[in-house]
Design a protein around this ligand. Structure first.
Ligand code: GLA
Length: 356
């Protein structure tokens, strides 16, 4: 049996670096993504090809291929291991194709989710949205070495067309937030800066927030429960990290109220505040992202902008009045020597079967 599934990438509108602290986050699935075709065979082998990568990945079931760290084949290894924990896998062929144009849009969660959805379907296994998200997160934790939260996998597994996805990382429950027709356009601007050392820096931030939660007596992964006043008790760096988490948690609530009230100026201002906090307190931005945000915010029709995703390179999300374009990109080239590329993004919904 052959199964073909598409999983989107995502842009996080607001709620950054709080999914592993029990916060609420507001990502949106976008029109770019990964398509995986999976077919079952009984050769006791796994074969994966990708139109975006030259070499195929191949290994016998029960063995591990020798691949360098960071190789896309680890997602295949992880997906097979997760599927094997649910059902006997006799042999699978995966064909992968992606069109995600920038980093910082969670291409890895898109790939993991598409591999799992197609693989499970080919093997006759049904997974709920949450199970699929948790399975995709296990690939990152156990096979890629990134201690990520569940935001990306949750929106990719359960997002709905035309909507953002409010995911509560404390209860692991989510709901769609329909984006009103009068909402300004959402743009992603790729900084062209590869995300250097992002995995180790990410895991380090996770350790710091865990330490801050422990120092304040919060439960593990629940720093978002702390209050602003308590944060002052923390020493230097931990105080800054916690201040970001608590402020960002509040900004998500304010952003929901802004969407509800169609208050786009307020929504844009919250994006700008979020960026400032990620830059100064959480320290996950970089010169390129700061420069892009500054240029965008000064450009006509831009209501707000901020880095999106893990940071240290990658992309910026901007709220632009309808009909306006991010015009300041030439200025970015002059300052950074890099070429930025802008894409208007829309939500086509979460993971879905593709026919043909
Ligand atoms: C990455 C992780 C997510 C989340 C973001 C930052 O995308 O995969 O779990 O922590 O960074 O908000």
């Amino acid at each position: 049996m052959t199964s073909r599934w598409w999983a989107p990438a995502r842009v996080n509108l607001i709620g950054e670096h709080i999914d592993y602290c029990g916060g609420r986050v507001l990502p949106m699935p976008i029109q770019f993504g990964t398509t995986v075709t999976a077919s079952r065979h009984d050769g006791r082998r796994i074969v994966a090809t990708s139109r975006n990568q030259s070499a195929a990945v191949e290994f016998a079931i029960g063995t591990r291929p020798s691949l360098p760290a960071g190789h896309w084949g680890w997602y295949v290894v992880g997906a097979v291991a997760v599927l094997q924990s649910i059902v006997d896998v006799d042999g699978l062929q995966f064909d992968v194709e992606g069109d995600i144009p920038a980093s910082g849009l969670s291409s890895s969660a898109s790939l993991s989710t598409a591999l799992l959805a197609a693989g499970a379907d080919a093997l006759g296994v049904e997974l709920s949205g949450l199970d699929l998200a948790l399975a995709a997160q296990r690939i990152e934790h156990d096979h890629v070495g990134v201690a990520c939260g569940l935001m990306d996998q949750a929106v990719i597994a359960s997002g709905v067309r035309g909507a953002a996805y409010l995911f509560d990382c404390r209860t692991l429950s989510g709901r769609s937030i329909a984006l009103p027709a009068d909402m300004p356009s959402i743009w992603v601007i790729d900084s062209g800066k590869p995300r250097a050392l992002v995995n180790s820096a990410y895991n380090n931030r996770r350790r710091e927030t865990t330490a801050a939660a422990a120092a304040l007596g919060c439960a593990k992964d629940r720093l978002a429960d702390a209050s602003v006043d308590e944060v002052d008790r923390l020493p230097g760096v931990l105080r800054k990290r916690a201040r970001h988490v608590i402020g960002e948690q509040r900004r998500v609530a304010d952003a929901l109220a802004a969407i509800d009230g169609h208050d786009w100026i307020r929504f844009g201002a919250l994006l700008i505040d979020s960026h400032r906090s990620l830059r100064d307190d959480f320290e996950v931005s970089c010169e390129e992202l700061d420069c892009l945000v500054e240029l965008l915010v000064a450009s006509p029709g831009c209501l707000g902008a901020r880095m999106t995703g893990a940071g240290f390179g990658g992309a910026v999300v901007a709220l632009m009045e309808n009909g306006a374009n991010p015009v300041s990109l030439d200025g970015y080239r002059a300052v950074s020597g890099r070429i930025a590329r802008a894409f208007e993004v829309r939500s086509f919904g979460g993971v879905q079967r593709r026919h043909g």
